[in-house]
Design a protein around this ligand. Structure first.
Ligand code: COA
Length: 162
């Protein structure tokens, strides 16, 4: 697995990342299928450990990687393909403001069958201010604080849940 990632990365077709949260490796995010020429595009795949799910780790990670791809690597388009029934993953791209482009019927062979996927994408022009700063701004607008959280008279000991 690691050898495959390294080979693809060395060939310039993939950018594999690991995600650390509070000093622990909790997930992976990979930009794969990188194509140059007139396309300059790649698609993103990801997972996080259940123990940290729901804390905004993945939207933050995706935002950082998209900015890196657009600003440093020089890609123009990032795509995420998601099975329609994968609610948590759809929330990640919805919260980040990815554009929904439509359905690819029977797009990938997963768990023994050809599965439909919804396509979400962003191009560099859509996030001139950077995706991380946009995500931070929208996130802080929607996160409860100790002062305005419903039913919270004082301390808010949970991580904000976007
Ligand atoms: C999809 C995934 C990466 C989301 O990562 P994350 O860091 O939990 O993302 P968020 O914190 O933004 O949570 C996204 C949604 O997950 C759901 N969620 C919240 N808490 C959760 C928990 N404890 N366990 C599972 N899902 C939870 C909520 O619907 C949340 O949306 P909300 O913020 O509107 O409430 C993660 O659920 C995962 O690894 N899933 C399995 C692998 C996968 O589906 N990969 C994507 C393939 S396209």
């Amino acid at each position: 697995m690691v050898r495959h990632l390294r080979t693809e990365a060395n060939a310039g077709r993939m950018l594999p990342f690991v995600i650390e949260y509070q000093g622990r490796l909790v997930g992976q995010l990979t930009v794969a299928g990188i194509t140059w020429g007139s396309m300059c595009s790649g698609h993103v795949g990801y997972w996080v450990d259940e123990s940290v799910a729901g804390r905004g780790v993945m939207p933050t990670s995706v935002a950082m990687v998209v900015d890196h791809c657009f600003r440093t690597v020089g890609l123009h388009r990032i795509e995420v393909c998601i099975r329609p029934e994968n609610g948590p993953s759809r929330r990640v791209v919805e919260k980040l403001g990815f554009r929904e482009e439509g359905l690819r019927p029977r797009y990938l062979h997963i768990d023994g069958a050809w599965r439909d996927h919804l396509v979400f994408a962003l191009t560099a022009e859509e996030v001139p201010e950077g995706l991380l700063s946009r995500w931070r701004r929208t996130r802080s607008r929607h996160s409860p604080t100790p002062q305005n959280a419903p039913g919270n008279a004082g301390g808010n000991h949970r991580e904000p849940r976007n």
